[in-house]
Design a protein around this ligand. Structure first.
Ligand SMILES: O=C(O)CCC(=O)C(=O)O
Length: 261
């Protein structure tokens, strides 16, 4: 029997923000003890990774499949409290699709350009979204996320081709949806253990790490449990067939409150 801590059941405005604005802020998602433990795990995962990637066209060091390789980070990605909250936000059954450590070093960092995650998603899914969990304090100058409220509801194509992002990584959203350039912007500084959740179609950005300390976070990606694999041209294929439902053993269902699995 999985026990779920109900203390973190989302407040009504948290759910409404997520659905209407496309993102929401959840302070104190992790306890201080959990932050300390998962921060150590994140540092270990980064140290063990022989090849770190530079993600999002900027100087972010990211792990590859850390949630599958590191037991404590798997625990974090499959944390029942976070999974239950994610299902409450989504209002539908979910699976965990990924979990990676992201580090932005001070000194030589660059902004994370404006993008939406759906552009890169290898899934046909009703909903894909990320929990960006701060493992250190992340004030604005350390590069917390900034969102365009309501941008997930913009008209036009669901997503643009990956090649368009590659040819103009920082501006492709504004080229396709010029009105977004004039949208209200919301920046959410996070204390360690706090998180923002944002939908895959929500436009977002992070500034360079202009502080003197490292920015360290863990990203959990959730998807609609009924999602199927959709390879994208220009993206490394996965070991799945196009249209295949996601296998439970690799992409586990998130726990529910009444879960007895
Ligand atoms: O951490 C960052 O700077 C970018 C993260 C991001 O784009 C995301 O969580 O979708």
């Amino acid at each position: 029997m999985t026990t779920i801590d109900t203390a973190h059941a989302a407040a009504e405005h948290t759910v409404e923000d997520f659905r209407e604005r496309g993102f929401t802020h959840v302070p104190n998602l992790l306890t201080p003890d959990e932050v300390a433990r998962f921060r150590t795990a994140a540092e270990e995962a980064l140290a063990a990774q022989s090849n770190t990637d530079e993600e999002f066209g900027t100087r972010i060091t990211a792990t590859t499949d850390a949630w599958e390789r590191h037991p404590a980070l798997r625990e974090l990605a499959l944390h029942p409290r976070i999974g239950a909250l994610a299902e409450q936000l989504a209002g539908m059954p979910l699976r965990v699709w990924g979990g990676e450590v992201l580090r932005k070093d001070p000194g030589h960092s660059a902004p994370t350009g404006w993008h939406d995650d759906l552009t890169f998603a290898l899934l046909d899914s009703r909903l894909i979204f990320n929990a960006w969990i701060a493992l250190v304090d992340v004030p604005a100058e350390r590069g917390c996320l900034t969102f365009l409220p309501g941008s997930h509801r913009r008209g036009g194509p669901d997503r643009v081709e990956l090649a368009e992002h590659k040819s103009d990584p920082d501006n492709y959203l504004f080229t396709h949806w010029p009105e977004l350039r004039w949208s209200h912007r919301v920046t959410i500084p996070l204390r360690a253990g706090g998180a923002t959740f944002h939908q895959g179609r929500t436009a977002h950005y992070a500034c360079a790490n202009a502080s003197t300390e490292v920015r360290l976070s863990f990203l959990v990606t959730f998807t609609d449990a009924d999602a199927t694999y959709r390879p994208l041209p220009g993206h490394d294929p996965l070991d799945l067939s196009p249209g295949q439902p996601l296998p439970d053993h690799r992409y586990p269902r998130t726990p529910r409150r009444d879960d007895t699995r």
